[in-house]
Design a protein around this ligand. Structure first.
Ligand code: NG1
Ligand code: MG
Length: 458
């Protein structure tokens, strides 16, 4: 992994003429808009999570890869005007401008993620900076579960770190800053997306651990490849409460289980630290969940009674959730089971990578659990994963938060062309999406790419 602030050549990061042309186009547009060349250029990628969904905010490791699709930001200091101006190379995204001292996230708009990344860094310093003009160019499909939002936050934070001369940050440290910063925009995510955007390496998946963020590279089996397929139902989770409701249910499940096990819930608060406190494996955690939590829903009164907390403490535990009842058992069964699957997936990659059938089964089980226990799948995602299985995938599941967006399938390399054709025929063709459009936008092979970097302005 390169040092975060090393300037890399555009040709070393983008090895196709189209990739390099895109950067040139951005610079031309930047000059046309702001009258001068940018003096900073940064990139941060989106991600595909191979396994470990909805467990990062419970403190458990995840296994994502960074992808080629990314956000690039060109920026320039403006000594004459203390304004922050955020524009987009795609002019259908409205421009935003404010005094550099008044940067705030007040609403959920595309540029809010840029403001969040900027704020995450600027809150660490005490000087009054000059103005900053930036132009964003993104290739991560939006609202598709590939983390376009975090790519934007991470690129913006990296730009701000350059601009504000905060160059002592490590990749791990800036990832943590970004995870906190993205919460200004609304969702209480766990930090996976920001971590892999900074810690991605070419050719390897990363097992990301939290608190503090750290990673271990994992080699993937040579005989398979990973294919992204978008179900084409957009999800827009920042304005919804679905995501934060799941986060709240997991916190409450940890608190209730801690109490049942005689631990101080205030010291635990998440399922992973609870597991560690009791020296359990994920499988033992699952057994404890099955033994000590009941199925169906818990009411607020029931939980208040178990935890012996005031209404205001309860409100602070559930944060941004709007739930009245809480499915603690199902959520915790998913989380503990998924944590066990991540550990097993990693073990197989290290010790028995030839057993791709077993890896595929773990991916399928992950989808099933997200559907049945976590209720974050939708009919289109279920249908698409089934089509992918029928077309020869060893395993297929939804990726990211769910409620729409993409699936990821693990496919034997030698059948990948037929696989893509069959999935197009069965899923996209009936929706009147041509093969060309499908394979250029919605259905593509992906492989582990490098994380965020600073680019040399050509
Ligand atoms: P998406 O919705 O795909 O960007 C979210 C969270 C992750 C993680 C996944 C589910 C944010 C920024 N990201 O990802 O931290 O919890 O859902 O595994 O909230
Ligand atoms: Mg996101």
């Amino acid at each position: 992994m390169s040092n975060l602030f090393d300037e890399l050549n555009v040709e070393d990061v983008y090895d196709t003429p189209a990739g390099q042309q895109r950067i040139n186009n951005l610079i031309v547009k930047f000059e046309a808009k702001f009258g001068e060349q940018p003096n900073f250029l940064v990139r941060a990628p989106g991600r595909v999570n191979l396994i470990g969904e909805h467990v990062d905010y419970c403190g458990f490791p995840v296994l994502p890869i960074a992808i080629q699709q990314d956000v690039v930001i060109a920026g320039r200091t403006d000594e004459t005007d203390r304004k922050l101006t955020v524009s987009n190379a795609d002019s259908s995204f409205p421009e935003y401008s404010c005094n550099i001292r008044d940067v705030q996230v007040k609403e959920v708009k595309w540029y809010s993620y840029v403001l969040a990344g900027y704020l995450g860094i600027s809150q660490r310093i005490n000087t009054l900076p000059p103005g900053l003009q930036v132009m964003v160019d993104g290739t991560v499909p939006m609202s598709a579960g590939l983390s376009s939002s975090s790519a934007l936050v991470c690129a913006s934070a990296l730009m701000a770190a350059l601009f504000l001369k905060e160059k002592s940050l490590t990749r791990e440290c800036i990832a943590e800053v970004c995870a906190k910063a993205e919460r200004y925009v609304g969702t209480e995510g766990g930090g996976m997306d920001q971590a892999i955007s900074f810690l991605g390496v070419k050719g390897k998946a990363q097992l990301i651990n939290f608190n503090p963020v750290r990673c271990e590279p994992v080699s993937l089996p040579d005989s398979v490849t990973f294919v992204v397929a978008n179900c084409m139902v957009n999800k827009w989770k920042a304005d919804g409460t679905d995501f934060n409701n799941r986060v709240a249910e997991c916190r409450l499940a940890a608190d209730v289980l801690a109490t049942k096990l005689g631990l101080d819930w205030e010291k635990v608060q998440k399922l992973q630290p609870l597991m560690v406190a009791r020296d359990m494996t994920p499988k033992e955690l699952l057994e404890n969940v099955e033994q000590h939590l009941h199925s169906g829903v818990y009411t607020r009164d029931e939980i208040v009674d178990i935890l012996k907390v005031s209404d205001s403490t309860f409100a602070s535990i559930i944060g941004k959730s709007s739930n009245e009842v809480f499915r603690l058992y199902d959520r915790a069964v998913h989380v503990a089971g998924e944590a066990a699957r991540v550990a097993e997936f990693r073990r197989l990659c290290d010790e028995n990578p030839a057993d791709v059938q077993a890896l595929g089964r773990l991916i399928d089980e992950s989808h099933d659990s997200l559907k049945v226990k976590y209720n974050v799948s939708i009919e289109e995602l279920d249908n698409l994963t089934q089509i992918c299985k029928g077309a020869g995938a060893l395993g297929s599941r939804l990726v990211g938060a769910g409620f729409g967006g993409c699936t990821i399938s693990m496919v034997p390399k030698e059948i990948v062309d037929q696989f893509i054709f069959k999935v197009w025929e069965a899923y996209y063709k009936p929706l009147n999406v041509s093969e060309e459009e499908a394979t250029s936008k919605h259905l593509f092979v992906t492989s582990p790419y490098a994380g965020a970097c600073v680019l040399k302005v050509p």
